[in-house]
Design a binder for this molecule. Structure first.
Ligand code: UFG
Length: 328
């Protein structure tokens, strides 16, 4: 199938493109390269540098490449930045997304897989959150993901769009070729590994949470498991009736920040320098997925669910790319 991947030069996008190519699909990547990296586009995929808001570029691409389905990963994704600059998030995640939907409608492409986020849930009441939980985002990032899910529902009803929203929990790990390189980096595992590699020691942001060891618990999912889920979701859009299907993507188990640090020390084979600091605003104590729906609807199962597999692969990628993609 001919697939357009927005944000295909980003962390999740790059590994998803790899999976699509491996499955025999023809892939065009649309990316601004503002947070993505040219070197993260898998050989075999064609990169077009541009923005979703450029309606004529997007519609032209859909037509000239004969695109049949879209995997929409292109978005802004930093919680702190979204609080400081909500306009950026509404403009790119909501208005940019709707511009993409309008181009799809104009050209007659009716299949889309969307990178959503557990951030739509906010700070849920229950220990393991399923897709029926109330959506109460606590920052503009989560709110813009929720808003675009809403748009997908209405484009399904009004225009026959078949969409799947994948609500990612904490994405981790790397494939052999592609890994995580954000600037600035805010995520726990790359920050722990940066400390292990002699960079700034990681700060443990709060040890007074109402959790067993006092640090927040998260559901980490391997980026290659995520890539598998994108393939399954793409297949689903062929058979599904118009509308929006929603699936959590998590491993279904939670690990605390201290557990992540210990697992990283094992992966690296040495103590990792760290310091204890204050809580980060907006961090919920526990965020763990129920992933039964993804198993049932997508026929998907996480196959790389241990911290060792996730942190080990991230460490190997980091050692192979000490400067990330910056080396050009
Ligand atoms: N943490 C630290 N030190 C760091 C970075 C993080 O202690 O240097 C802690 C955080 O306080 C948090 C945990 O590690 O408790 C995980 O933090 P991450 O930044 O790695 O991930 P988040 O859970 O904050 O965010 C992830 C995604 C977001 C998404 C959110 C909710 O990155 O995009 O899950 O789904 F919004």
């Amino acid at each position: 199938m001919r697939v357009l991947v927005t944000g295909g030069a980003g962390y999740v996008g790059s590994v998803s493109v790899e999976g699509l190519l491996r499955a025999g699909h023809t892939v065009t990547v649309l990316d601004t390269l503002v947070t993505g990296h040219r070197a993260a586009v898998a050989p075999g995929a064609e990169l077009v540098v541009g923005t979703l808001s450029d309606a004529s570029l997007v519609a032209g691409l859909l037509r000239s490449k004969g695109i049949e389905a879209v995997v929409h990963c292109g978005a802004r994704s930093l919680v702190g930045e979204s609080i400081a600059n909500p306009a950026l998030y509404y403009r790119e995640n909501v208005a940019g997304g709707v511009a993409l939907l309008e181009a799809l409608r104009e050209v007659g492409v009716d299949r889309l897989v969307f990178s959503s986020s557990a951030a739509v849930y906010g700070a849920p009441d229950s220990a393991a959150v399923d897709e029926t939980a109330v959506l109460r985002p606590i920052n503009p990032y989560g709110e813009t993901k929720r808003a675009f899910e809403g748009a997908l529902t209405w484009y399904g009803r009004g225009h026959g769009l078949r969409a799947v929203a994948l609500r990612y929990f904490n994405v981790a790990g790397a494939s052999q070729a592609f890994g995580e390189h954000h600037q600035p980096e805010t995520h726990l595992i790359p920050n722990v590994l940066a400390g292990a590699a002699g960079g700034t020691p990681v700060t443990i942001m709060g040890t007074d949470y109402p959790t067993p060891d006092g640090t927040p618990v998260r559901d980490y999912i391997h980026v290659e498991d995520l890539s598998d889920a994108h393939l399954a979701a793409l297949e689903l859009t062929a058979a599904a009736p118009p509308g929006l299907e929603v699936c959590n993507l998590g491993s279904g188990s939670g690990f605390s920040v201290w557990e992540v640090l210990r697992a990283a020390q094992e992966a690296v084979g040495a103590p990792i320098p760290h310091e204890v600091g204050a809580r980060r605003a907006g961090d919920p104590p526990v965020l763990v997925a129920t992933n039964d729906r993804a198993r049932d609807v997508l026929g998907w199962t996480p196959r790389r669910g241990t911290l060792q597999e996730m942190i080990g692969s991230a460490w190997r990628w980091r050692q192979a790319h000490p400067q990330g993609y910056a080396e050009g």
